[in-house]
Write a protein that binds this ligand. Structure first.
Ligand code: C5P
Length: 360
């Protein structure tokens, strides 16, 4: 079957693609709201959210890896839960597991930076600027994987940088000339104010999203290198990724300002309400869907999902946060979408092949 595995009568690769687009849009909206809807003293710790995300992702991936071995017709451990668990355990702690330590650290940094970015930028601006990760992914692919890019792809990358630049001009100029500690009610410039004044710093947000694009590109390319360089199962690799993430994710939990005399386990869930749990759940789900997209589709379709997410989060921002459409946002995001589409054209698509008429 060329379409691969099916779910509810539809190809899993398309289901995972659409799911990733909706997840991307939902995450930025829920994460943004969870950070800006309460005063800083009443908000949850992003460090706890990043840690919980890794724990949940690791546990679910372990469960999926075990179920796969338990159900696989080729597996000698089929039907035995204990032997399946023992096999997955041996795979996780195999000698090359250390290779996942680098993307693990990078993803923890990226996931933490995402919180800084989303707390300081309107949702739609964050989504468009985050498209710069296509540029960093391309750069790291050329350097680390020795991949060569077609002229169309280089042109698309230039358009991408241009589009992001146009959106950035809008996001920084709309909030005034002083970027630090602007008393921006959530939405006076971009969003509708809900209950209180939230201090947004667009420059800090743009710095964070730019850094997140670098870690995303490097981690993605490194993960691809590790995945293609061995036969290990994707879900086992995901568990290894989560295990190596625990150390860098635990570090800020112990040393963050959110700690008080109550002690570690209670501080971890301080101010963790519905929106915080929603953010963690959507982020965990996104990590798992990303893994499915990598396995059953490819990065081309993953890029499309992200650009679809821009439109979805833009429409949601208009409806939920009273986001105002400005000409520069429209021009910038359209340029980003066209660039994403151009970049994702399969190699050789430019050459048109005309089928010869068959001889009678
Ligand atoms: O946007 P980007 O593709 O860089 O986002 C990757 C996200 O997916 C990160 O939050 C990362 O933690 C997660 N991920 C994952 N498992 C993988 C690859 C990425 O959880 N195998």
């Amino acid at each position: 079957n060329v379409e691969g595995p099916m779910l509810f009568g539809l190809p899993l690769k398309y289901i995972s693609l659409v799911t990733l687009a909706v997840q991307n849009a939902a995450l930025s909206i829920v994460m943004h709201y969870s950070r800006v809807s309460l005063p800083p003293s009443q908000t949850y710790s992003p460090a706890s959210a990043v840690l919980l995300n890794e724990i949940l992702k690791g546990l679910i991936s372990f469960f999926v890896a075990v179920i796969q071995v338990y159900n696989s017709k080729e597996s000698p451990y089929r039907g035995s839960l204990c032997l399946s668990i023992a096999h997955v355990y041996r795979e996780i702690f195999s000698t090359d597991s250390w290779k996942l330590s680098i993307p693990a650290i990078l993803y923890v940094i990226q996931n933490s930076l995402q919180f800084v970015a989303i707390s300081n930028l309107p949702v739609a601006t964050f989504q468009v600027t985050y498209q710069m990760k296509i540029l960093t992914t391309a750069a790291f692919s050329v350097v680390l994987l020795r991949r060569s890019l077609s002229p169309t792809k280089w042109v698309a990358l230039c358009f991408l940088a241009l589009g992001v630049g146009i959106v950035q001009i809008q996001s920084t100029s709309a909030t005034g000339p002083t970027h630090k500690s602007i008393n921006t009610p959530v939405g006076s410039a971009h969003d509708a104010a809900p209950v209180h004044i939230h201090i947004m710093s667009p420059l800090k947000g743009l710095g964070a999203v730019t850094a997140a694009c670098f870690t995303s590109g490097l981690a993605g390319v490194y993960f691809e290198m590790v995945l293609k360089g061995s036969k290990a199962d994707l879900w086992v690799r995901n568990v290894q990724l989560s295990l190596f993430s625990l150390v860098p994710a635990l570090f800020p939990v112990f040393f963050s300002d959110h700690r008080n005399s109550q002690g570690f386990p209670r501080d971890l869930l301080r101010n963790f309400g519905g929106w915080a749990w929603g953010t963690v759940a959507i982020q965990t789900f996104g990590g798992l869907v990303t893994a499915v997209v990598i396995k059953y589709s490819d990065n081309i379709l993953k890029g499309f999902a992200t650009s679809l997410a821009i439109i979805l989060s833009f429409l949601a921002s208009v409806a939920l946060f009273d986001f105002k459409l400005t000409p520069s946002f429209l021009v910038g995001s359209t340029t980003v979408l066209v660039a994403t589409w151009m970049y994702n054209q399969p190699a050789g698509k430019e050459t048109i092949t005309i089928p010869l008429p068959s001889r009678p």
